[in-house]
Design a protein around this ligand. Structure first.
Ligand SMILES: Cc1cc2nc3c(=O)[nH]c(=O)nc-3n(C[C@H](O)[C@H](O)[C@H](O)COP(=O)(O)OP(=O)(O)OC[C@H]3O[C@@H](n4cnc5c(N)ncnc54)[C@H](O)[C@@H]3O)c2cc1C
Ligand code: SF4
Ligand code: SF4
Length: 239
């Protein structure tokens, strides 16, 4: 049974909660809003699956690792895509391919006034919400289970997230279903806490006396490639 003794040993990926067939694991936020698994011992049957699936487990399956990785650099041909993505818009090019082939794409979007969550997209319009880095831990909710269902239904699935999230999903999906799963992990230095982001939005809205209606964690069109500045628009035109 999973037990988080050191927070550094858990990224909140939800693989353990998703694999538990007894509904014994709930993801609960700490003071910063980071999600951690909590086990209801009365429901746990001690099967050990949650420990096994965790990518922080010493026996994590690394059979997909190449002995020597192949490295390529790429940038989208369409400069509009580059300008509206955080880096070179490789994510857009790859996800376009998946959507054109009838697949589904999972990535980080928003819900409930800019809370960052992972979502499923089957069209370019839905997928475009995932463009751009959101520098906050994304809530997976039940996405891992949805990915597995899509794979079982024979769909091509592309999942884009942080390296620890993709590692957790890879382990949860297992060898048998991996053939049609495309994992895209972003270069990542770590994720800030969701409550910091929530409180910052509340602070800005109080200061401005207005509601935020648009955010961009790094607006390349306004500030170029080098600046790392959040941009906000308010309902009544402030920004
Ligand atoms: C938390 C975080 C830390 C980063 N740290 C670095 C770094 O140290 N060095 C560096 O060079 N680049 C960093 N980046 C930038 C990132 O590597 C680029 O955005 C990435 O290379 C994709 O570029 P793109 O232009 O193809 O797509 P983009 O449009 O920039 O990115 C879109 C993709 O990022 C995913 N994504 C966005 N926010 C999140 C999130 N909160 N959690 C999970 N997935 C998310 C979306 O699902 C989508 O697939 C970071 C991004 C994030 C979100
Ligand atoms: S599977 Fe994911 S959420 Fe569960 S303990 Fe491991 S890292 Fe944390
Ligand atoms: S040991 Fe099995 S039953 Fe108990 S929490 Fe983990 S997966 Fe669920």
């Amino acid at each position: 049974m999973i037990e988080i003794k050191d927070k550094a040993d858990c990224c909140g990926c939800t693989a353990c909660a998703s694999v538990c067939a007894h509904g014994a694991i709930t993801m609960k936020p700490d003071a910063m809003g980071f999600l951690y698994p909590v086990v209801d011992r009365s429901k746990c049957v001690d099967c050990g699956l949650c420990d096994k699936v965790c990518a922080f487990n010493d026996n994590y399956d690394t059979d997909l690792n190449l002995p020597k990785p192949d490295a390529y650099a790429a940038r989208h041909k369409d400069m509009h895509e580059v300008e509206t993505s955080r880096s070179g818009a490789a994510f857009i090019a790859m996800s376009d391919y998946v959507l054109e082939n009838g697949g589904v794409v999972y990535g980080a979007g928003y819900t409930d006034h800019f809370r960052v969550v992972h979502k499923r997209a089957t069209t370019r319009e839905e997928r475009d919400e995932f463009k751009g880095s959101k520098y906050v831990q994304s809530d997976m909710n039940t996405v891992f289970r949805q990915v597995k269902k899509d794979l079982k239904d024979g769909l091509i699935v592309m999942f884009s997230g942080t390296p620890c999230q993709t590692a957790g999903l890879n382990s949860y999906v297992g060898r048998r279903l991996r053939e049609h799963l495309i994992l895209v992990d972003i270069v990542c230095h770590g994720v800030p806490g969701p409550n910091l982001w929530r409180d910052y939005i509340a602070y800005l809205e109080k200061k401005q006396g207005d509601k935020i209606c648009w955010v961009n964690f790094r607006d390349k069109q306004a500030f170029g490639w080098k600046a790392h500045r959040e941009t906000f628009k308010f309902v009544n035109g402030g920004g």
